[in-house]
Design a protein around this ligand. Structure first.
Ligand SMILES: [Zn+2]
Ligand SMILES: [Zn+2]
Ligand SMILES: [Zn+2]
Length: 208
């Protein structure tokens, strides 16, 4: 009994790599100049994804207002950042590449460990719709609410109001039919937007 108790203490003392990275962040925060109102640490991520495989680009840790809490923000924005030591800030390198689908997941707690875990849990709520490629927290079975409602709409519409998309084979409403410059038109808007290269899949004629 005595032995196992002391063993337990030794196990508790040993720091995991996760503990060490938290210590590293806390130390970085403490070394921030006093004039910074809300000191923050910004770490780029290279291959971290949530449990659906969505990549996040950086993790940011801030001290809360009263310096008693940590705010952890996991962000996906597909921007390429560079850190500038002079003004202690990060800047976007290529603005053209900004993804519309910015995701920010937040954890807030007096324990940094809990705050990080919260932010990661929050990130797991996000998934990407297989149909329209939009990122959303409201996804059921890999389909977003909009696509599920659209599908319902199509099911209820009479046959003369629908067509079948040549690319995705799904039935769509005629209002979503996209006509290309070549005259071919049995494509849905979403599929045309995703076409690379920008040419008709039937006759290969380029379009804008
Ligand atoms: Zn969708
Ligand atoms: Zn389609
Ligand atoms: Zn064509």
């Amino acid at each position: 009994m005595q032995v196992s108790e002391s063993k337990k203490k030794i196990v508790l003392k040993k720091k995991t790599e996760f503990d060490l990275i938290l210590d590293f962040i806390v130390k970085k925060l403490e070394n921030k100049p006093a004039h910074q109102q809300y000191p923050h640490v910004f770490l780029p991520l290279h291959h971290f994804t949530n449990n659906k495989g969505i990549a996040f680009d950086h993790i940011e840790v801030r001290r809360g207002y009263n310096n008693q809490t940590y705010l952890v923000i996991l962000t996906r924005d597909r921007r390429d950042f560079e850190f500038n030591d002079d003004d202690d800030n990060y800047h976007t390198r290529n603005d053209e590449d900004i993804d519309d689908n910015v995701i920010r997941c937040v954890g807030h707690h007096k324990s940094l460990q809990v705050a990080v875990d919260e932010a990661m849990q929050d990130s797991d709520n996000w998934d990407r719709c297989q149909d329209c490629n939009v990122y959303s927290e409201n996804i059921v079975n890999h389909h977003c609410v909009s696509c599920i409602l659209s599908q319902r709409q199509v099911e209820k519409a009479p046959d003369q109001d629908k067509f079948s998309c040549v690319i995705c084979s799904a039935d769509r409403l005629l209002v979503h039919r996209k006509k290309l410059a070549c005259g071919h038109q049995d494509f849905c808007q979403a599929c045309v937007e995703r076409l690379r290269p920008r040419q008709c899949p039937l006759c290969r004629k380029p379009f804008n």
